[in-house]
Ligand binder design. Structure first.
Ligand SMILES: Cc1ncc(COP(=O)(O)O)c(C=O)c1O
Length: 337
């Protein structure tokens, strides 16, 4: 196998949620940690007992997952994938090489895979509501953005879509964190040409481990992606759990309310410690010149946060309960900066 060329030798992006590593690094056993390092809801959809045959049977396309997703997302042109991550990896490979506008900061896997596939990247600042985007074949928007917390209006997005339709390009919206505010989603426009949407069961449903997400796109793109994946790319137990979670509208309403209220509690706690925040219902990000020190001091008290790669900010996921919120409050009280 040949060595990667310079243009493709970028390091793979790092991610939150690496509790084993933190346990080793700080010498604190893993169960003692409060993990706030991801945007995955700590109160995930409650998984029931899984019937024995679900473990035994091979995955089948017509098991009800697609129709449950069609009702939940309110659109029909979707393809289940092993997390929205699978779409992030495959889209840049199946789309013709071109120019792509990428949010910075933004979930790093996008940048990595567009670059690996040989597209020309233009970064734009994702911390403003109306960023200046270059004309590009592909415009990528993460709405709301992880980690900047910036949300984008439907008007701005539909304007971008019209622009892309005129030039025969694509608007790609990563809606991994949109579930608590579904009114912001563009899924109801998914039949429009030039629009591609990614959805995730990892964040709002707290089911990151089952690896289920969806690509919402036209027939041609779904067909191209389907050809790249295994017929059994999502396991039968994952499909079973995802189907039930997507159908559970009562839980979804309670989760939206709880996540919004908990995120608000987190925001006011951080702001009371002079940490200015930008956030979504699933996390709060604090830009601070002391992000590194805060990250390390909290970690010594077994609270894991996500330090952005450029060390400009810390991201806090939702504490699971009032005990964890109090632990964070006590740790913030003890900061020596
Ligand atoms: C913005 C964004 N999109 C997509 C993903 C991928 O999530 P998943 O593959 O679990 O759907 C992540 C994961 O952190 C993310 O932050």
């Amino acid at each position: 196998m040949s060595a990667p060329s310079e243009s493709t030798s970028q390091l793979r992006p790092a991610h939150g949620g690496r509790l084993y590593q933190a346990a080793r690094q700080y010498g604190i056993p893993q169960p003692a940690w409060t993990d706030l390092s991801t945007g995955v809801s700590p109160l995930g959809w409650p998984i029931p007992e899984i019937p024995g045959d679900i473990w035994q049977r091979l995955p089948e396309d017509d098991d009800g997952l697609v129709s449950a997703a069609q009702s939940y997302y309110g659109c029909s042109n979707l393809l289940p994938l092993a997390g929205s991550q699978q779409a992030i990896e495959l889209l840049p490979r199946i789309l013709p090489r071109g120019t792509v506008a990428i949010p910075d900061p933004g979930y790093q896997e996008h940048r990595y895979h567009w670059q690996q596939a040989g597209h020309q990247l233009h970064l734009y600042d994702s911390r403003t509501a109306d960023p200046q985007l270059v004309d590009a074949d592909y415009l990528l928007v993460i709405n709301p953005n992880n980690p900047s917390g910036q949300a984008y209006s439907r008007d701005w997005l539909t304007g971008l879509l019209q622009k892309q339709q005129m030039r025969g390009g694509y608007l790609i919206i990563d809606e991994a964190f949109i579930d608590p505010t579904p009114e912001q989603s563009l899924c109801n426009l998914s039949n429009q040409p030039g629009l591609i949407i990614l959805r995730s069961l990892g964040k709002f449903f707290g089911l990151a481990g089952i690896r289920v997400g969806f690509l919402i796109a036209d027939d041609l793109i779904r067909e191209h992606i389907s050809r790249q994946i295994s017929p059994w790319h999502i396991s039968t137990p994952s499909r079973y759990i995802a189907t039930l979670a997507l159908q559970d509208t009562g839980w979804q309403q309670r989760a939206q309310q709880w996540q919004k209220a908990q995120s608000e509690r987190l925001r006011s706690l951080l702001e009371s410690h002079k940490l200015a925040t930008r956030g979504t219902a699933l996390f709060q990000s604090c830009y601070s010149p002391q992000a590194v020190q805060i990250h390390q001091q909290l970690a010594r008290q077994a609270i894991l946060t996500r330090l952005l790669d450029d060390h400009s900010a810390l991201r806090f996921g939702l504490p699971a309960n009032s005990h964890q919120l109090q632990q964070l409050a006590d740790a913030l009280e003890g900061l020596r900066l």
